[in-house]
Structure formats: structure tokens, C-alpha cells
Design a protein around this ligand. Structure first.
Ligand SMILES: Cc1ncc(COP(=O)(O)O)c(C=O)c1O
Length: 321
């Protein structure tokens, strides 16, 4: 079992990045982690430390859009802990099934529940964890060990693999652990680097970052694992230089293009990230020799019933390529 040390893949196909004269785009393939997502880094970091203070009775609880849940279920099984995952109706069947296959109990909340109601999946997990002294809440939305895990592993890997030669880091956020941990590490290495948040059109995070009024439930988007209807506690907007918003269809199109032209099998948030990187590249000066790094957050295997399914695309009014 290897966590991290994933490949940094360069996009070379001009149909995906037609702006190679402006910027090269590199994707960190976090889909290569044991449960095929970036979350293995964070979950392993937290659970392996929590083991020292836990008992045989310990049950880990987590709110998750699916990947953290799968990862937590996987490590709980390895370390012999019980596990309860609270997700919502937006989570793909593949991710729910993966949590169950690793032995977790899964509770599915309504994805339309308001962020301040007890029915919201994050609040359900908090209340559940508080109801039993043997429950430990992973608390990925408030736990400083979340960004710390990326600061300690993902940031240094990106720095070494690019030999310190990168100009922009672009990624989406949910807990914002990735953008904060990697962003802090890389900015500590070079102040010339720009950190850019890629956000689904309709998410509240980008409005908060640029200082616009934040409205909960601003809009709905189907891309899983990124964007939020509230402000992530771990987000320090001072670290973020700018934001790029991406529509669902743009992210979905990018996923299909990555499969066809690069043979990359990635999930919707990776499509969103890479689309944001391409939009950024289009705006950079010619011959600027910019190097953009972004994240392939998880595997396309987790979305066969959704963004890679013709019927699902049609019934949700998306076109496929
Ligand atoms: C598929 C996917 N992409 C991206 C992210 C965002 O990562 P972070 O929570 O570190 O902001 C998540 C988080 O749940 C995710 O599941």
C-alpha cells in the first residue's frame, strides 16, 4: 500500500491544452492512491495519529461527499475500527458502495438540506459524533491535520517533481485542505507563485474569496467533491490570488476529452481543475514559459453511473462528446 508519491503527468495533447506556447499544464494523479483519491493522504495522516489515543471500542465518524468516507472505511478496516459515514444524495452510487464494501455503515442525508439545519450531512455527522463517547469525528472540515497532511506530503512532492519550477497552482476546494496545505507549502518556497481556486459555477466559496456577498444555496451544480454552500472553516482567502469558475458542462466535457486524447480516467472535480488550468493558460502572455500544476483528485471509476453514463447525461440535460 503506497500513499502518495503519485505521478505528475504533463498534458501534451493540443486538443486539451491549445495554449502550450503560453503554459504547460501538469496534473498530479491522486487517483493512483489506494482508494483512488487524494483523501487517502489526509485520512491516513489523521487515523494513524488517532490510533495512539483510541481503544477497541472506537468508532470513526465522518461527513463526506464520498471519497473521505471510502478512504476512512478502508483504513478503519485495516486498523480494526468501526466506521460510520454520513454523505448526501448527491454522492455517486459507486462511492456509497465502496464505503459499504470496506465495512462502513453509511447514512445518506438530503443534499437539499439547508447548511444550518440538523438534516444537513455535515451537521448530522457532528451530532452523531457527540452522541457517543466512543465516537471520534474525523472532522475533515475543521481539523487542522487535514491541511497539515497536504503540507507535509503533497506540497513537497509537487515542489520536487517540478524542481521548484512552477508558476501557478490551481485546484478546487471543499474542505479546502488541499489548496491551503499545498498553497502554504509552495508559497513558503517561492513568493512568485500564484494560487488559484477553481470553483463550480453556483458554489459560495468563490464569492467569499473575491469578497462578494455570500449567499447559501446560490445555485446547484453536479460536480462532486468541490464547491460548497457555506464557507469552509479551513479556508484562509489571503492565500488565494484569484478564482476561476467552471460550469458543469465544461468540467464534464473535459473529463471525456481527457479519456479520449490522453487516456486519463478521472472524476468530475479533476475535469473542473484541468478546465480551469486551460482557461488560465489562455490568459497568460505568449512565451511566458508558465508552468501550471493542478490535481487529478480521483478516478473516473467512481462516476461510471453519472458523468460517464450516456443516459444519466441525457436525463440531466448534459451533452456528451
Ligand atoms: C473528488 C474530490 N475532489 C476534490 C476535493 C476537494 O478537496 P479538499 O476537501 O481538500 O478541498 C474533494 C473533497 O471532498 C473530492 O472528494
Amino acid at each position: 500500500m503506497q500513499i502518495g508519491n503519485t505521478e505528475l503527468y504533463q498534458i501534451r495533447n493540443g486538443k486539451i491544452n491549445p495554449y502550450q506556447d503560453r503554459a504547460s499544464i501538469f496534473v498530479k494523479l491522486e487517483s493512483q492512491n489506494p482508494t483512488k483519491s487524494i483523501k487517502d493522504r489526509m485520512v491516513y495522516h489523521i487515523v494513524s495519529q488517532a490510533r495512539e489515543t483510541s481503544s477497541d471500542e472506537t468508532t470513526f465518524v465522518s461527513a463526506s461527499s464520498g471519497n473521505t468516507g471510502t478512504s476512512l472505511a478502508y483504513f478503519c478496516k485495516q486498523f480494526n475500527f468501526d466506521c460510520i459515514i454520513v454523505t448526501n444524495t448527491k454522492c455517486s452510487e459507486e462511492k456509497i458502495n465502496a464505503c459499504k464494501e470496506h465495512g462502513a455503515k453509511v447514512i445518506v442525508a438530503d443534499s437539499n438540506a439547508s447548511p444550518d439545519s440538523d438534516e444537513h450531512y455535515q451537521n448530522m455527522a457532528i451530532n452523531l459524533a457527540a452522541s457517543n463517547k466512543n465516537y471520534i469525528d474525523l472532522n475533515q472540515y475543521g481539523n487542522k491535520q487535514n491541511p497539515e497532511s497536504y503540507f507535509q506530503t503533497l506540497g513537497p512532492e509537487i515542489w520536487e517533481q517540478t524542481e521548484g519550477n512552477l508558476t501557478h497552482f490551481v485546484t478546487g476546494g471543499s474542505t479546502c485542505g488541499t489548496i491551503m496545505g499545498v498553497g502554504k507549502y509552495l508559497k513558503g518556497k517561492t513568493s512568485n507563485l500564484e494560487i488559484i481556486l477553481a470553483d463550480p459555477f453556483g458554489s459560495s466559496i468563490s464569492d467569499f474569496v473575491v469578497g462578494r456577498e455570500v449567499i447559501s444555496n446560490l445555485g446547484s451544480y453536479v460536480i462532486e467533491g468541490v464547491g460548497k454552500d457555506s464557507i469552509p472553516k479551513l479556508l484562509d482567502r489571503e492565500l488565494v490570488n484569484s478564482v476561476i469558475t467552471i460550469k458543469d458542462q465544461e468540467a464534464i466535457d473535459m473529463c471525456h476529452k481527457l479519456r479520449s486524447y490522453e487516456g486519463l480516467n478521472l472524476g468530475g472535480s479533476s475535469g473542473l481543475n484541468i478546465m480551469a488550468a486551460v482557461k488560465l493558460a489562455s490568459k497568460l502572455p505568449k512565451d511566458s514559459k508558465s508552468k501550471i500544476v493542478t490535481i487529478g483528485c480521483d478516478s473516473g471509476d467512481k462516476y461510471q453511473s453519472k458523468i460517464y453514463n450516456e443516459n444519466w447525461l441525457k436525463s440531466n440535460d448534459f451533452s456528451s462528446i
